[in-house]
Design a protein around this ligand. Structure first.
Ligand code: PLP
Length: 231
């Protein structure tokens, strides 16, 4: 193992210990929680190193980077790619062919494009992203539009809605933001009863996310170290 890899292994282990501790403190079992390592801006070699350390879930937030990185890493035993960023509708096909899970489905046109990319394939797992801010540019459906979007997506056989996703807004306590998200998850289950997943929690706020019921954490810098600067 290189020095970089042992530092990576150490950060990964420390994060997983903190996740387990937060889960126990919340009266939950750590096995209920999937930790996704967000590797955006980092080279493909980082994904290979993470895979060697046992990581099976990695996340990306830009389509082109996702496609290039996945090709460079190549097939790896059990490796699942998650897309967590904003997607232009015309990139839906590229996303669908590269990932196992899309966390950022936030509008009907994108749902239609993801479905059309593989109408008869194994259903794609998706989260409906909810915008917890008043700024539409942040991505996510406004809470008032969640039920309508859920009904639309539930009718698409090649997508499987698994739950809600959000990024905590700046300037609101993450506890409050994630508890709102948990309420939206409960609301979603009135339309789709088995949509029990919740994608929430990043390096700075995974403990409150776990307390609020997050099942999928999207962790970048706490594991990878600082991201390389990139335009
Ligand atoms: C980059 C990113 C993350 C990871 O953020 P960190 O603060 O580095 O843990 C999580 N979710 C989304 C949507 C991201 O874009």
């Amino acid at each position: 193992m290189t020095a970089d890899e042992s530092a990576l292994a150490e950060r990964l282990q420390r994060l997983d210990e903190q996740v387990a501790e937060a889960a126990r403190a919340a009266g939950r079992h750590p096995d209920e929680i999937t930790r996704i390592v967000v590797t955006k801006f980092h080279p493909p070699e980082l994904v290979s190193s993470l895979h060697g350390l046992g990581v099976r879930d990695v996340g990306e937030s830009r389509v082109q980077e996702l496609v290039e990185k996945e090709a460079a890493v190549g097939p790896r035993d059990g490796l699942r790619w998650h897309f967590v960023g904003q997607v232009q509708t015309n990139k839906a096909r590229a996303v669908r062919s590269a990932v196992s899970v899309v966390h950022s489905l936030d509008r009907e046109r994108l749902a239609a494009a993801l479905a059309a990319a593989d109408p008869h394939g194994v259903p794609l797992d998706v989260f409906l992203q909810v915008n917890l801010t008043d700024d539409p540019a942040r991505g996510g459906v406004a809470p008032a539009g969640l039920a309508g979007l859920a009904e639309h997506v539930a009718a698409l056989e090649s997508l499987r809605v698994r739950g809600v996703m959000a990024v905590a807004p700046l300037g609101e306590h993450p506890e409050a933001a994630f508890s709102r998200l948990a309420d939206y998850g409960a609301q979603l289950r009135r339309t789709i009863p088995d949509a029990t997943w919740m994608s929430a929690g990043m390096s700075g706020d995974f403990a409150p996310a776990i307390l609020a019921g997050a099942t999928h954490l999207r962790i970048g810098t706490a594991i990878t170290g600082p991201r390389p600067v990139r335009g």
